[in-house]
Design a protein around this ligand. Structure first.
Ligand code: NAP
Length: 264
């Protein structure tokens, strides 16, 4: 039997990358899926078409997760369309780089502010609004997509982004603590480098190849993730097999060996 049959799921940022793989994986497991996006309408609709072509149910909803009113409308639409919300995957995220010394104030602080709005406030907005419906059913699964950078993967220029992902991990623990008594489990995954637009944007094919090679060498398994690797971990946390797991972080990084040492 499908692992998510009769479940309603929202996957934020599922027009592309990890979110897309998660939406398709959930649909294959029987969930009705809200494919959320901010700008890529055509790509989101393509995901919906793909789900429908395999006999599933899905809707595409445009909502910027950093805009509370848009999030509220998305949640209302999902509840009206599918009758509730069982699973929320807070996947939508953006990344701007900024080294401590070389970046400008605008790059460093401006990037942090933009990322804070999407990566942190977006998770808070979607989780709080979804939880209001989950408590009524005394059932819910919230899965946050953090990052290996949020737990100290050593990578220059990622400090502002890492700060937002560390916040996502703390949100996971605090929400798990407050929502557990309502039957809502809250967990997170921390992907290492994963081949998506976020990893390849602004790079030539040659640079992408080099980046994959150098990142692969730094993991015990000798590879970087593809979006399906992350979607599979998210599926596990969304399924009944994870019913006794909450407040946890699953690191999906192939065993990276280059984390900041504990002595720092
Ligand atoms: P991606 O390929 O760039 O896709 C990002 C997705 O998020 C897109 O669907 C995008 O929608 C959506 N999005 C961006 N801003 C949004 C907003 N304000 N409201 C709603 N949706 C928004 O990125 P990805 O690599 O799949 O990343 C997914 C998650 O994994 C992110 O949280 C990222 O930080 C995390 N992560 C990624 C990696 C990696 O190496 N790729 C590693 C660790 C963690 P549009 O198409 O409409 O723009």
């Amino acid at each position: 039997m499908a692992r998510l049959s009769n479940k309603v799921a929202i996957v934020t940022g599922s027009s592309r990358g990890i979110g897309r793989a998660t939406a398709l994986t959930f649909a294959r497991e029987g969930a009705k899926v809200c494919v959320n996006y901010a700008r890529s309408r055509d790509k989101a609709e393509e995901v919906v078409r793909e789900i429908k072509s395999m006999g599933g149910e899905a809707i595409a909803i445009k909502a910027d997760v950093s805009n509370l009113e848009e999030v509220k409308k998305m949640i209302e639409t999902v509840v009206e369309t599918f009758g509730g919300i069982d699973i929320l995957v807070n996947n939508a995220g953006i990344m701007y780089r900024g080294t401590v010394l070389e970046s400008s104030d605008e790059e460093f602080y401006g990037g942090l502010e933009k990322m804070w709005n999407v990566n942190v406030k977006g998770v808070l907005y979607c989780s709080r609004e979804a939880a209001k419906h989950m408590v009524k059913k005394r059932y819910g699964r919230i899965i946050n997509v953090a990052s290996a950078l949020g737990i100290g993967l050593a990578h220059m220029g990622s400090t502002p982004y890492a700060i937002t992902k560390m916040a996502v991990i703390m949100i996971t623990k605090r929400f798990a603590f407050e929502l557990g008594k309502y039957g809502i489990n809250v967990n997170a995954v921390a992907p290492g480098p994963t081949i998506t637009d976020m990893m390849t944007a602004g790079k030539s094919p040659e640079e992408v190849k080099k980046s994959i090679e150098s990142n692969s060498k730094k993991s015990i398994l000798g590879r970087v993730a593809d979006p399906q690797d992350i979607a599979d971990a998210i599926l596990f946390l969304a399924s009944d097999e994870a019913k006794h797991i909450t407040g946890q972080l699953i690191v999906v990084d192939g065993g990276r060996m280059d984390y900041l040492p504990h002595s720092i």
